[in-house]
Design a protein around this ligand. Structure first.
Ligand SMILES: Cc1cc2nc3c(=O)[nH]c(=O)nc-3n(C[C@H](O)[C@H](O)[C@H](O)COP(=O)(O)OP(=O)(O)OC[C@H]3O[C@@H](n4cnc5c(N)ncnc54)[C@H](O)[C@@H]3O)c2cc1C
Length: 412
């Protein structure tokens, strides 16, 4: 169908950030179009592919407001405690470790009835299935996928030309196309990148013994090795997601290993607390870099999620930042339209940038510092951080403060 259609907001990119924003705006009755270059099958029920996100409480609320949390087809798994160890491969992990138990800081104020969990592990396919199904159900959301779009922006509004389809006239275009964002590039918005020379190897394992909601972050000289507890699914009863960071050359070598050798190497890093392990689904490898856009907006255009920023996955915060972006942006757009104001006005976009860019920069700096501090085997640094870890673990008020800070950061 061709011709011109009027909508309020056009979102380019239907990944977890763009897709969730479209659901949130659609739930609020805002005329929204969403375009993705890939197909978004509404009835997809894919096999478990081994990828998952750690989602904190604040972002969980974004998913609830978008009508997605209760529609996740695979149950999220709570993260109830986190153990942090500092080790060296080939030697047993340092005996010094930090143990954060969410039950130690659980409060009566628990609006999500979360039991005070640090966060939840959500399978990537679960989020994708819920988003795709909801996008097709919402009366105020139009989906164009797979489709290519050309965007023309002017002071008064924007036109989005869908190849072989209609032209959409809107007042705000959201670039949610991920790190390579063509719209960001077309707008001439510069980015600062920080390559790490590391890759993240991501996969899932089935294990013999239950994890009891426990996550492990084991700092090794090449980068962190994390085990994150997943809920049981059709593939196995005891499952964890693994994010294994290695230097790029070593990561390529690890990815080329046959499955037996790969699992033996993973087990060497994980330790034996979960019993025997086996691979579930595929292994994925992502080159790691940090990135921040110098501006989050241009005329009638705003950046959200990975189009605006990227952080080291050491703290599993990338998507959580994107969800915080769309929480702020969604409120601003819904508020403006409710008052009969322009959702693409420069003042509104400036407010969005002022709320989100400093927070994202802070997380970029914190995850970068953590990676530099721990992905290092320089003996004095190693001693200092082990003493620091030991001090935090042995001084209860200090540890409690750390946990409250951690939960505060996660729950913001
Ligand atoms: C190893 C690793 C582990 C991670 N673990 C976690 C974690 O535990 N927790 C967490 O919060 N985050 C995690 N992250 C980060 C998280 O994966 C990203 O932040 C998240 O995927 C960003 O979502 P997005 O929707 O912004 O972008 P994307 O997921 O990149 O989605 C972009 C979408 O835009 C579409 N698109 C692209 N170009 C175009 C175009 N020109 N036109 C139309 N559509 C287009 C794509 O098809 C896609 O659907 C991890 C990242 C890595 C690398």
């Amino acid at each position: 169908m061709t011709g011109t259609r009027i909508v309020d907001v056009c979102i380019v990119g239907a990944g977890p950030v763009g897709g969730t924003l479209a659901c949130r705006l659609g739930e609020a009755g805002i005329r929204t179009a969403i375009i993705d270059r890939a197909a978004l099958p509404p009835m997809e029920h894919p096999d478990f592919d081994g990828r998952a996100y750690a989602i904190a409480s604040g972002p969980r609320r974004v998913l609830t407001e978008a009508g997605l949390w209760d529609r996740l087809p695979f149950r999220p798994g709570p993260i109830l405690d986190i153990r942090v160890t500092d080790g060296k491969l080939g030697r047993p992990a340092s005996k010094l470790f930090l143990h954060f138990d969410s039950r130690d800081v659980a409060t009566a104020d628990d609006p999500d009835a979360s039991g005070g969990a640090f966060g939840w592990m959500v399978e990537a396919r679960s989020l994708r299935v819920a988003i795709n199904a909801r996008l097709h159900e919402l009366a105020d959301v139009s989906v164009f996928a797979p489709a290519a779009a050309r965007v023309e922006r002017h002071e008064a509004g924007a036109l989005v030309h869908i190849a072989g389809g209609p032209t959409l006239s809107c007042r705000l275009v959201v670039a949610a196309e991920g790190r390579a964002s063509p719209l960001r590039r077309e707008a001439g918005i510069p980015v600062t990148r920080l390559p790490y020379g590391q890759s993240g190897i991501v996969f899932a394992i089935a294990h013999e013994r239950p994890h009891h909601g426990s996550a492990l972050e084991h700092f090794l000289p090449a980068g962190p090795f994390a085990q994150l507890p997943l809920a049981a699914n059709e593939a196995a009863d005891h499952i964890s997601a693994i994010v294994w960071t290695e230097r790029d050359a070593m990561a390529a070598h690890v990815m080329a290993m046959d499955e037996d050798r790969f699992i033996r190497e993973a087990a060497r890093r994980l330790g034996d607390h979960l019993g025997a392990i086996r691979l579930l689904g595929r292994r994925w490898c992502y080159p790691l870099s940090a990135m921040i856009a110098h501006r989050y907006y241009d005329t009638r255009l705003v950046l959200a999620g990975d189009a605006a920023h990227g952080v080291h996955p050491i703290a599993g915060q990338g998507l959580n930042l994107g969800f915080r972006d769309i929480s702020v942006l969604g409120d601003l757009v819904i508020g403006a339209l409710g008052r009969g104001e322009d959702p693409g006005a420069t003042d509104l976009l400036r407010r969005y940038q002022a709320e989100r860019r400093p927070d994202n920069m802070l997380m970029l700096a914190a995850t970068d510092a953590l990676d530099r501090l721990f992905s290092n085997d320089f003996p004095p640094l190693r001693l200092a951080r082990d003493l620091g870890i030991a001090a935090v673990d042995r001084i209860p008020p200090l540890k409690r403060l750390f946990m409250q800070q951690a939960m505060g950061a996660l729950m913001a």
